[in-house]
Design a protein around this ligand. Structure first.
Ligand SMILES: [Mg+2]
Length: 286
């Protein structure tokens, strides 16, 4: 591991790097994470359901290190740094674009205008390859999702329709993405196209849409604040896919850290990458 052969840490934000869950954060964890990722041979990617603006807000609000890449909108956009700004990576757009057969966001939205249960989300929550709606928390979500899938398929479009619940407002959230766009696909695309050594790559997550990456071939860590259900599900999935060696479940008690949030990311990075283990040990002794 050196500047010519860097490692790549990819991490989810909410409740993985950002300590916005019920468990306490070890006070030394984020400063250590910032110090580690400040090293030139350590590259950093944020992989989030948030859009670019909300990722930038999280960086400011939580004093997170500036990443090298932002894989936003649940993997439907990849941004890289360009002249001190963020630029969409066209190669990724070209990869996922054919699923929608060149249809624009608005043309896709036109398929659903008569569905009264759907309300378009604000413009800043939409992008070229993400069509997002609100529904009331009590809408018949299965019926709605099936109807949307049916209409997309009838047009020959390949898309994922996902439903989730914002528990704080009891609002249903529906996202329509190209079928080939996901956190998992975006992470693998980044590793492959920037030619990172897979042994020096790591993904960290805590829940739902992180599971396919956690249980896939990329080395991955599940932070210790994940629920028991997610731990069991990630472990079972990884076993079933023969990828158990590539999954590490953070447990805490590592360098006096508790394994929650960034402490778990550090623990996993040390597990997979010996140079990081050595560096962290030296840093915490100093
Ligand atoms: Mg999360």
């Amino acid at each position: 591991m050196d500047s010519a052969n860097p490692c790549l840490i990819c991490t989810d934000l909410d409740r993985t790097l950002i300590p916005n869950g019920p468990q306490p954060e070890s006070p030394r964890a984020r400063p250590l994470f910032r110090a580690l990722t400040a090293r030139p041979e350590v590259h950093l990617a944020y992989v989030s359901g948030r859009d670019l603006g909300l990722v930038q807000r999280a960086i400011r609000d939580w004093d997170l290190p500036e990443p090298d890449f932002i894989l936003g909108d649940v993997g439907s956009s990849i941004y890289h740094r360009y002249a001190d700004d963020w630029e969409l990576w066209p190669a990724w757009q070209d990869t996922i674009g054919p699923d929608w057969q060149g249809l624009k966001h608005d043309q896709l939205a036109a398929l659903f205008t008569d569905l009264d249960a759907l309300r378009l989300q604000e413009p800043e929550k939409q992008n070229r390859f993400k069509l997002s709606y609100y529904t009331s928390g009590d809408a018949d979500r299965w019926k709605l999702v099936r109807e949307m899938e049916h209409r997309l398929a009838a047009k020959g479009l390949k898309a994922h329709v996902t439903w989730s619940l914002d528990e704080t407002t009891d609002t249903g959230l529906i996202d329509v993405l190209p079928a080939s766009a996901s956190k998992h696909a975006a992470v693998e695309f980044l590793i492959e196209h920037r030619k990172y050594d897979p042994r020096l790559c790591l993904f960290a997550g805590d829940s739902g849409n992180d599971l396919p990456v956690l249980a896939g071939p990329v080395q991955a860590v599940l932070v210790a604040n994940a629920t028991a259900e997610v731990r069991a599900e990630a472990w079972d999935l990884a076993q079933a896919r023969g990828a158990a060696e590539q999954l590490y479940l953070a447990r805490g008690d590592f360098l006096g850290l508790n394994g929650y949030y960034s402490a778990g990311i550090l623990e996993g990075a040390a597990h997979f990458i010996p140079e990081i283990q050595t560096w962290l040990e030296q840093e915490t002794k100093a």
